[in-house]
Every structure is written in structure tokens, then in C-alpha cells.
Design a protein around this ligand. Structure first.
Ligand code: GDG
Length: 479
């Protein structure tokens, strides 16, 4: 869309289905002629939710991506987009601070140290309140509002106070931590109460739902029965697992396009037509286990267990949260690690590790997935990991293999992957070799099973199962 921005903006009518997420699904692009275009923003939540929104219609409430930007609601690509303004200070305190330097590490098993700062919490409360206000203004009487992720855990309660007529769902895209970690949080009670404003609280895995139920029982003294919680205002809240999925068919079709296949061949050719091409694709995040993975490959090359003349390893690391100190540090560490391995082991024109700190269009991602033989997905902790599922969906000929961390939510469903403990570098090396040396017959057998799983449990099924449970009236007390 390239018409001038002011022509596109209009106040949205109220909607019967509203998604509330930290980010709108688009980034603004200023064209040289002064017009504005919107481009899909990267990331797991948007990738998962775009198809859901296109099927259901409705409004999406979120931050448009630039500090201080005040935009009227507008329509893009058939979606009603309702921008929430965040100041530079709020971004620093609510987003980079409380969301990404407190909650993100805490919820990912404290892989990095979470910082607890009271001013960050205050900003979190303030911004959550603004999102709730915006959603309350957009939702029509009796509408369904689906709130997304760790940045907005107070919104369900704040929204219910304003609009008791709504059906409110919440889905957490990242892990919900074990009780002893969650209990470190100075603001644990308001967060639990915030989530309990929803009728349905969804998690990636049953373990997350169980952690939450245990916490509301022990910390808030609420009565719980299986996946139901009785609140003090005598509502029934359901807490259950809904492992998130992908639009497998769309991904498969993208992979099948002749231009994707052509590009996949070109990628392999540019890498020297290796016998085996390993691939990693991750946001550059300390949860994704990049240093451990790179170290394992460095050792495999150095010890002659894989031959850099015949094997290539491509690691794409998509830039992420670059203003947060821990992320800057990680980037430097990885640069150094890759530089050292390639410096020690590479020869002219053929580095053992091709490391790309950049993001690509989805077509290029599909070509990479097709080009690769073995995908290496080894996060230290991950809510789900869509990359693993996307790779499987792109294996149009049932070939290749997936090496997958036990600590990715995806491991719960993708049992036929080569599962691995990513903290165990020797184990990781062994698993990489197992995957590489296994017979093509075993690869096909495993891949067929993985594909069945990914195609049978796609994003439509995921959204329908959450929304069906959300629409169900709560059972009478005592039943
Ligand atoms: C969070 C949770 C959970 C990546 N680089 C590019 C690109 N991507 C796309 C991938 C995939 C998505 O971004 C990444 O999703 P992941 O699930 O792997 O990871 P997170 O961003 O951490 O997502 C995660 C997810 O939410 C959904 O609930 O699975 O556990 O952490 O779709 O393809 N896309 C494009 N260019 C890139 O360079 N176009």
C-alpha cells in the first residue's frame, strides 16, 4: 500500500474480535516521495497471529514501533490497526526494562540475571493501563478480546474492571516459570491478579499452566480444581495449554514455488555445494543457545569429526532488542566466537561457519529451509520455537533432519526430532553427528512423522481450540 498516510487513517468502528499485543504487526516505512508503506514486522507472535487475524477479521491494538508516534487508527491489508503511543521513557522502562530485562530472563529460567527496578514496574502498570483503555474503546458490547504475552499481563484485569461484558482471553507466548522462580518477583501478586482478569489463560505447555494454577492456589489462596480457578469475585477462570502452531500449508506452498527451489539451489551453490548443509535461524537472543551451538560446531570442525570441505554451517541471527545491554554483549561474544573459529579453521573462500547478523524476507527464509539438510534448533529455553515447525513444513520431499532442544516447547510435540540437551556440548556434538550419519530411510521416517504433527496441528486448529474454549460459558460452581 503506498497511498499517503492521511488517506488510510480512519477511526475504526468497534469490533467484535480484538487482539491486544505489545506491537502492531507492521513497521512503518517512509518512501522517498513522502508516502508511507507498512511492512510486516518480524517475530514469532506476529508470524503466528497474522493468519489468525486475516481469517477472523477484527481490530489489533498495539504499539506502532517508533517512540512518541501518535497515530490515528488505520486500515492496512484488511486489518483494523489501533496504535497505542509509547514515549521514549516508557519504552525504556516498560519495554526494554520490565518486559525484557525483568520478565524475559525470569520467565526463561533466569538464564540471564533479571533486574528488579521499581520505576520499571511503575511504567509497566501505566502502559498496561493505556492498552486496556484503548482495547475498552474498540471492543463492541460482548466482544471477545484476546490479550497477548508477557508485556501485557495486567491488561486482562484492567480491562475487566472497565468492561465486565467482555470475554477476555490471554495467551503467554513464552514459558511460565516454575513457582520458585516466579516467587522472586516483587510484583508477583498483582501479576497473578492481572492474569486472573481473563476467562481463559493459555500457556504453551501443560507445565506452564500447572505452575500458574499452583501459584494462585498457594499465593492467593484460591480454590482450584484441575484446570479451573475460582476467583474472589466468583468467576471461573480456566488455565490450560495451547501449543502454538504455524500456517503449515502456506509455508509448504511457499517452499514448493519454483523460484524458492531455484534460490535454494543457488544458496547451496554459493556455499560450495556441500554434502551436508546445517542451518540455524534465531532471533539474536541469549535464550536461543547460540554460543553453545557455535562452540559445538567449532569443536566438530576442529576435531575433524566434520569436514569443512564437505559440510557447511549457516547461522542466521536476526537483530533483536539491540538497545538492551545483555543483547549487545551477546552480539559481541558471538562475533568473537565465530571470528576465532573461522580464523583458526577456514581457508580462502570457504569459512566453516557462515554467520549472518541480518533479517530476510519470508521467501528467503523458505529458500534457506529448503536448501538446508539439517536444522539445528537448540535454545536453552523457548516457549515453543516456530522456526523448528517452519523447517518441517518446508521439507516438501520428507528429507533432512531436525536437531531440537529438549527445552524448546516444540519438543513436547516434535518427538521424532533428534532431541538434545543444549547445555551438554558433547551430547550436542553427538546428536549432530547422529542426525548427519543416520540413513536416508530413517530421515524420511522421522520427517514424515514430524510433518504429520505440524500439518494436523496448524495455526487454525490452535486458534479455534483457544477461541472455542474461551466462548464456552464457565461451568456452575461445584460441577
Ligand atoms: C516467541 C517465543 C514462540 C526470524 N528471523 C526472520 C524471521 N523470523 C521469524 C521466524 C519465526 C519467528 O520469526 C521466530 O519465532 P520463534 O518462535 O522461533 O521465536 P521468538 O521470536 O522468540 O517467538 C517463541 C513464539 O513467540 C510464538 O508463540 O514460539 O518460543 O519466544 O516465524 O520465521 N522472519 C523473516 N525474516 C527473518 O530474518 N521474515
Amino acid at each position: 500500500m503506498t497511498e499517503p498516510a492521511h488517506q488510510k487513517r480512519k477511526r475504526p468502528p468497534t469490533a467484535s474480535f480484538v487482539v491486544v499485543a505489545n506491537r502492531l504487526p507492521v513497521d512503518r516505512v517512509e518512501n522517498p516521495d513522502g508516502t508511507t508503506t507498512w511492512r510486516t514486522s518480524p517475530g514469532g507472535l506476529v508470524a503466528a497471529f497474522q493468519p489468525v487475524m486475516h481469517r477472523h477479521g477484527g481490530a489489533w491494538v498495539g504499539w506502532p514501533g517508533a517512540p512518541g508516534e501518535e497515530l490515528e487508527p488505520f486500515v492496512d491489508n484488511g486489518l483494523q490497526l489501533v496504535p497505542v503511543t509509547l514515549s521514549a521513557r516508557e519504552l525504556e522502562e516498560y519495554y526494554e526494562g520490565f518486559s525484557n530485562a525483568t520478565l524475559w530472563p525470569l520467565y526463561h529460567d533466569v538464564i540471564a540475571h533479571p533486574e528488579f527496578r521499581r520505576e520499571w514496574w511503575d511504567a509497566y502498570v501505566e502502559v498496561n493501563d493505556r492498552f486496556a483503555e484503548r482495547a475498552a474503546g474498540v471492543a463492541e458490547q460482548g466482544a471477545t478480546v484476546w490479550v497477548q504475552d508477557y508485556q501485557l499481563q495486567l491488561v486482562p484485569h484492567m480491562l475487566r474492571e472497565r468492561r465486565p461484558d467482555l470475554r477476555i482471553g490471554f495467551f503467554l507466548h513464552i514459558p511460565f516459570p516454575p513457582t520458585e522462580l516466579f516467587n522472586q518477583l516483587p510484583w508477583r501478586l498483582p501479576i497473578l491478579r492481572g492474569l486472573l482478569g481473563a476467562d481463559l489463560v493459555g500457556f504453551q505447555l501443560p507445565g506452564g499452566a500447572q505452575n500458574f494454577i499452583r501459584l494462585v492456589r498457594t499465593r492467593l489462596n484460591l480454590e482450584t480444581r484441575r484446570d479451573r480457578i475460582q476467583t474472589v469475585d466468583r468467576r471461573t477462570v480456566m488455565a490450560a495449554a495451547y501449543p502454538i502452531a504455524i500456517d503449515a500449508k502456506a509455508m509448504h506452498e511457499l517452499a514448493l514455488r519454483p523460484e524458492t527451489e531455484e534460490r535454494a539451489k543457488e544458496i547451496r551453490h554459493n556455499l560450495g555445494d556441500p554434502q551436508t548443509l546445517f542451518l540455524g535461524v534465531d532471533r539474536l537472543d541469549y535464550t536461543k543457545g547460540l554460543p553453545e551451538r557455535i562452540r559445538a560446531f567449532g569443536e566438530l570442525f576442529a576435531e575433524g569429526l566434520i569436514d569443512p570441505e564437505r559440510v557447511a554451517f549457516v547461522q542466521v541471527a536476526t537483530p533483536s532488542r539491540e538497545r538492551v545491554e545483555q543483547y549487545r554483549q551477546l552480539r559481541d561474544d558471538i562475533d568473537r566466537l565465530v571470528g576465532r573459529i573461522n580464523g583458526d579453521l577456514g581457508r580462502l573462500g570457504r569459512p566453516p561457519i557462515t554467520y549472518l547478523h541480518t533479517s530476510f524476507p519470508q521467501t528467503e527464509m523458505a529458500a534457506l529451509y529448503r536448501a538446508a539438510d539439517i536444522m539445528v534448533v537448540t535454545p536453552l529455553r523457548d516457549g515453543m520455537n516456530l522456526v523448528a515447525k517452519e523447517f518441517v513444513a518446508c521439507r516438501t520431499e520428507d528429507q533432512g533432519a531436525l536437531v531440537l532442544s529438549e527445552f524448546a516447547g516444540a519438543a513436547y510435540e516434535l518427538r521424532q526430532a533428534y532431541l538434545v540437551n543444549p547445555y551438554d556440548i558433547d551430547g550436542l556434538k553427538e546428536r549432530v553427528l547422529d542426525a548427519m550419519n543416520d540413513s536416508p530411510r530413517n530421515h524420511v521416517r522421522r520427517m514424515k512423522a514430524l510433518r504429520r504433527q505440524v500439518f494436523e496441528n496448524d495455526i487454525d486448529k490452535w486458534a479455534n481450540s483457544f477461541l472455542t474454549d474461551l466462548e464456552q460459558p464457565a461451568p456452575e460452581e461445584g460441577t
